[in-house]
Design a protein around this ligand. Structure first.
Ligand code: UFG
Length: 336
């Protein structure tokens, strides 16, 4: 099939975006922001982990990433300016039990998507990458120059896509921005979208569950080399993360080069501090207990995101911990 899409000229805004995984947590929040900003959005999702209710049925295309022909059909409906590629499995623990699922869905799935992009002439992609590409970093805050050293199959599945993207740029001129997320958290301030994983593995929703059910949350380890003995993470509000995707799309459509950026705040909070923030916001005590360390958890992960700030003018505005917890708590208590 001949390419049906032509890239936008340097000064025209991105108009029509294909969002893969738009029924998931970060994908649904980013879709809302794209729509708020005037973009036209089509969502490709197989709903294996996402939620049908998170997507307007008129824009949903139920298609599997591995179905290259299906993706080509979606991309051929109308010209696209870019793809934002979220669709992926994200559970680190699961990736260490069934790595084949992760290389199949995340790596081979991305290859299928890139193949469909080449066939239809779409040449801009923003890719959901992760701090997990760094493994146990030696420099904190972590700069993008830190080498790839994933310690789990999930992180490796993302490294492989980042490397494929380098080759697709060199050979096909397909330009990409890889956004390496730190700890995505919080919910849309108007409570239109938020986090809902099954099973849930993330700290803040699990602390909420403890508040709601009275069953203690287990904190993984109190003997880390950190000031209070618990792990430190860089929590980035999903709305700030969504805005990073929009500035990334704009840079590509305006002719910007392929890039890799960390997306975090540069400020870390310990597991105990997060728990205290939840107690302050909810006004309720959090039942908790300490358990052993979780395999593969680095003591401290904090982003150096100055590259994203200086090159694309992005900055976090919603990522104060209290705001993250407040918006997530509102989402956790929403009326269905
Ligand atoms: N934690 C607990 N108890 C729980 C769940 C988490 O103590 O029940 C702790 C973890 O040990 C960690 C912190 O809370 O110290 C945050 O854990 P999350 O599971 O919420 O997030 P991670 O930092 O493990 O994972 C995030 C993303 C992954 C990504 C990873 C990169 O969710 O997708 O960062 O390192 F791979």
């Amino acid at each position: 099939m001949a390419p049906v899409n032509s890239s936008s000229s340097d000064n025209s805004p991105a108009r029509r975006i294909l969002v893969t995984g738009g029924a998931g947590y970060i994908g649904s929040n980013t879709t809302l922001q794209l729509l708020d900003a005037g973009y036209e959005v089509v969502v490709a999702d197989n709903l294996s982990r996402g939620h049908r209710a998170a997507v307007d049925p008129a824009r949903l295309r139920e298609v599997d990433l591995l179905d290259t022909e299906g993706l080509v059909r979606v991309m051929s409906e109308k010209p696209l300016d870019a793809v934002i590629h979220f669709a992926a499995y994200i559970a680190v623990g699961e990736s260490m039990k069934t790595p084949e699922t992760y290389f199949h869905n995340n790596t081979a799935g991305s290859l299928s998507l890139l193949t469909a992009m080449i066939r239809t002439g779409v040449r801009h992609v923003v890719f959901s990458s992760t701090a997990a590409v760094y493994g146990m970093p030696t420099t904190v805050p972590i700069p993008e120059s830190e080498p790839y050293a994933p310690v789990n199959a999930y992180g490796e599945s993302k490294v492989m896509v980042e490397k494929m993207l380098d080759w697709f740029d060199r050979i096909h001129g397909l330009r990409s921005v890889c956004l390496r997320y730190f700890n995505a958290s919080g919910a849309d301030p108007d409570c239109r979208a938020g986090e809902s994983h099954d099973p849930e593995t993330h700290l803040i929703p699990l602390i909420f569950r403890a508040v709601q059910t009275g069953t203690p949350v287990t904190l993984f380890g109190d003997d880390y080399p950190t000031p209070d003995g618990t792990c430190i993470r860089d929590y980035i509000h999903v709305s700030d993360l969504a805005r990073a995707h929009i500035v990334a799309v704009e840079s590509l459509v305006k002719g910007g080069a392929s890039k890799k950026y960390n997306v975090g705040t540069g400020r870390g909070y310990s597991v105990r501090e997060v728990l205290q923030a939840v107690e302050a916001v909810t006004g309720k005590p959090v039942p908790y207990q300490f358990g052993p360390r979780r395999d593969g958890d680095p003591p401290t992960l904090v982003a150096d995101s100055t590259r994203l700030q200086s090159e694309l003018g992005w900055k976090p505005v919603d990522s104060e911990l209290t705001r993250i917890v407040e918006t997530a708590w509102r989402w956790a208590n929403r009326k269905a």
